[in-house]
Write a protein that binds this ligand. Structure first.
Ligand code: ADP
Ligand code: MG
Length: 254
């Protein structure tokens, strides 16, 4: 067995493997020696001050961002400068952003079937049936024929989650999915995410919703200034922070 094969086998359990990842924006060193392994089905919450690199790291995972050093493997596919690999990884990874990024001129159903029809070449009827299944999962099947602007922020974010699920991803990334929502809508989005977690989805969530973290996270990762400073169970992170940086951060958000 070659060294490369052994390496792959050693990683069998890990759906995401990030090794010594470094990224610069020009002179600015935004990600510094990031090492992270995520097991299939694991739920990870990423927190840290604004500007610490949470979005950049998350976006590297589905190649919305490039990086300059290190390696990143998603579901056995290594991220290299190859369009085919990038497409393969994007198929595995769904992403939900702070802003919902729905197409305003398309109905909810059309927003949900666009990717499956044009990217995955699914027949329209099948794509629509899948879309309705996921709209039921996020509890808004009655909104299928409306336009995004006619829905509340919480409903639009649930549509965005359903849209990702329609592509049948192995991993879901969430980047502050509730931070643009009015307080009364946060819970309905978190409830959908909790259900998804309970169904076994592998999830990485950038969020400061610590109730959510305590409920679903297997591990909380604390980032500061481009580094993973601490990672541990939610209990340990919240009750027993090891660094001044995490203590300071917790005192600001709790
Ligand atoms: P977070 O999500 O933790 O708030 P980001 O990953 O968005 O942090 O940003 C990390 C740092 O990188 C910030 O200082 C930000 O200003 C900088 N940054 C983000 N995007 C760019 C970009 N496209 N060009 C230059 N600097 C950027
Ligand atoms: Mg961010």
């Amino acid at each position: 067995m070659s060294v490369e094969q052994e390496k792959t086998n050693e990683n069998n359990d890990d759906i995401i493997v990030i090794k010594d990842l470094n990224k610069w924006y020009g002179e600015f060193h935004v990600l510094k020696d990031i090492n992270l392994r995520v097991k299939k089905g694991e739920k990870i919450v990423i927190c840290g001050p604004s500007g610490s690199g949470k979005s950049t790291m998350t976006r590297c995972i589905n190649r919305l961002e490039e990086f300059q050093r290190g390696s990143l493997t998603v579901n056995g596919v290594e991220m290299i400068e190859d369009v085919k690999n990038i497409e393969a990884i994007r198929r595995e990874v769904g992403m939900v952003f702070q802003h919902f990024n729905l197409f305003p001129h398309l109905t909810i159903l059309e927003n949900l079937t666009l990717g499956p029809i044009w990217v995955q070449k699914k027949p329209k009827k099948e794509a629509e049936a899948t879309a309705m299944k996921y709209l039921e999962r996020v509890k808004i099947p009655d909104q299928a024929n409306k336009f995004p602007g006619q829905l509340s922020g919480g409903q639009q974010q649930r549509v965005a989650i359903a849209r990702s699920l329609c592509m049948n991803p192995e991993i879901m990334l969430f980047d502050e999915p509730t931070s643009a929502l009015d307080p009364e809508m946060i819970k309905e989005v978190l409830d959908v995410m909790i259900e998804l977690a309970n169904e076994g989805m592998t999830m990485l969530c950038v969020t400061h919703e610590m109730g959510f973290a305590k409920k679903v996270a297997d591990r909380v990762i604390f980032m500061d200034a481009g580094e993973i400073v601490e990672q541990n169970t939610p209990e340990e992170i919240f009750n027993n922070p090891q660094t001044d940086r995490l203590q300071l951060f917790l005192s600001q958000i709790l």
